[in-house]
Design a protein around this ligand. Sequence first.
Ligand code: SF4
Length: 319
Amino acid sequence: MRPFELTAPATVEDALASPGTFLAGGTTVVDLMKLNVLTPHQVVDINELPLRGVDTSDGLRIGALERMSAVAAHPGVYPAISRALLLSASQQLRNMASIGGNLLQRTRCTYFRDVAMPCNKRQPGSGCAAISGANRMHAVLGTSDKCVATHASDLAVALVALDAEVRLAGSTGSRTVRLADFYRVPGETPEVENDLRPGELITEVVVPRLDWASRSTYVKVRDRQSYEFALCSAAVALDIQDSHVVDTRIAVGGVATMPWRLPAVEEALRGAPATLESFEAAASVAGEGARPLAANGYKVSLLKRTIVRALLELTEGSR
Ligand code: SF4
């Protein structure tokens, strides 16, 4: 790790006036600094900022510095969100990692973390080692010939499904962005991963009230049952009446370059009977546009099966 200057402002205003890399839980930034993937000269510790708390009085509001474990344990948090958090990382990491940092975590592509390898995301124009390399874990949706890395956050998948917004503060003021519009597919510029402007900070996550989101879940398929990233995941909320789907929200992770909402699957489900057959028919369109690589074609069928599994879980006893 290279030497750096550390400051620790106490107010959001002072933090926004401090040039440097923001540090919250440190579970991504410190990792990448140790690997020399990030080499900031100035680090701004934001842990003293008043950006904590969980408010469930009308929808859900989460301070950006609230820890993952605290949000997961809050009784008013929608099940899809708490499950996504509890299936992430380890208890120790969840005790440290912040909600804002979770949404900004970098990809786990091994080539991104290895400074000896070409990687367009880390060093634009250097190439992508994954496209012809070990790509079993990589994305099949939203890829480009510049980058095929998956987005690593479980939480972001659940939040995109539930139409969450992020509040951002910058030196010229604050703004609110739908999380689904916040992330970027790699295209020609994989180093640009989101809509965050230089010096901006996530201050809060807001999830609109959705009464039927109490019937929601997050299913995560991975190589081992603990401390592992998703091969595929699905966040699903479902409104069921008289054994028919009235409405639904679905997003998937582990298969795409950003948290991936599936409006075509949602549309296919609205009005359909809550049966295995209609779930499979709706999920069959989930992989449209997929571009498998040499070793990750299995994700196209896994994607469909993961969605069906989440739907079956949510309708057990009402089919
Ligand atoms: Fe880098 Fe993206 Fe290629 Fe991985 S997939 S090596 S992050 S450019």
